[in-house]
Design a binder for this molecule. Structure first.
Ligand SMILES: [Zn+2]
Length: 225
């Protein structure tokens, strides 16, 4: 059997997608690449030498969320990702469509894990190059060099200084206040470029990682604004 070439597989995974691959979400207009495209790419790039599995599922009906930790393994290397989805309850307090919610959180977790190998970054960077977004980071400028333009103009320095982060909780989308953004920055090992929640929508298990006095301080501050 031919030796699996991890470096080559990752190069193929990171390669740009054809024009038109990036789509915009109906609710918030954010750019994304469909999961099926990722799966297809990883299949092709690794010659099926990859796997994904669920490591952990938490169904938290009182707090209204499903959390899934997924592991993606390529060759001898693995990466974990975390995905969430929101649960709605019926009048008896039972979670609705739970298996769909688990599927959705699992899909997100797999996407997060794949994201650590930079899949789709070259394609998505042009859509996230405003001052507030990761694509504008000078350390990632190389991603833009070979990437197609999305046709939009750089908003320029006037947008800098704005927080410009919107809550990812489904149905919220609220722009975070400075305090809410700062609070996320105080939660240990939280990637706040991705786990963007307004104060009232931070899943509890995440919020409680912050020191209690910090939580209390921000609770007061955010309530009074
Ligand atoms: Zn929110």
């Amino acid at each position: 059997m031919e030796q699996f070439d991890y470096t080559k597989a990752i190069e193929l995974i990171k390669a740009p997608f054809p024009p038109g691959t990036v789509q915009k979400r109906g609710d918030n207009g954010r750019a994304y690449i469909p999961n099926q495209v990722y799966t297809d790419r990883v299949e092709a790039a690794t010659g099926s030498q990859w796997s994904r599995e669920i490591k952990e599922v938490e169904i938290n009906i009182p707090h209204g969320f499903v959390k899934v930790v997924a592991r993606v393994t390529i060759g001898e290397h693995y990466r974990d990702g975390v995905g969430f989805s929101e649960i709605e309850t019926d009048q008896n307090g039972k979670g609705k469509a739970l298996s769909n919610k688990v599927d959705k959180a699992y899909a997100e977790a797999v996407r997060e894990a794949l994201d650590t190998w930079q899949i789709g970054w070259k394609d998505l960077a042009p859509f996230y190059k405003e001052a507030k977004d990761w694509g504008s980071n000078p350390a990632l400028r190389h991603l833009l060099e070979s990437a197609p333009s999305d046709g939009s103009n750089d908003p320029g320095p006037q947008s800098r200084g704005l927080v410009g982060h919107n809550c990812i909780f489904s149905g919220c989308g609220k722009q975070l206040s400075r305090d809410e953004w700062d609070f996320l920055g105080l939660i240990p090992s939280l990637n706040r470029e991705k786990m963007i929640y307004c104060f009232s929508h931070i899943p509890n298990h995440i919020k409680k990682r912050a020191p209690v006095d910090v939580i209390a301080k921000y609770e007061d501050r955010i309530k009074s604004t």
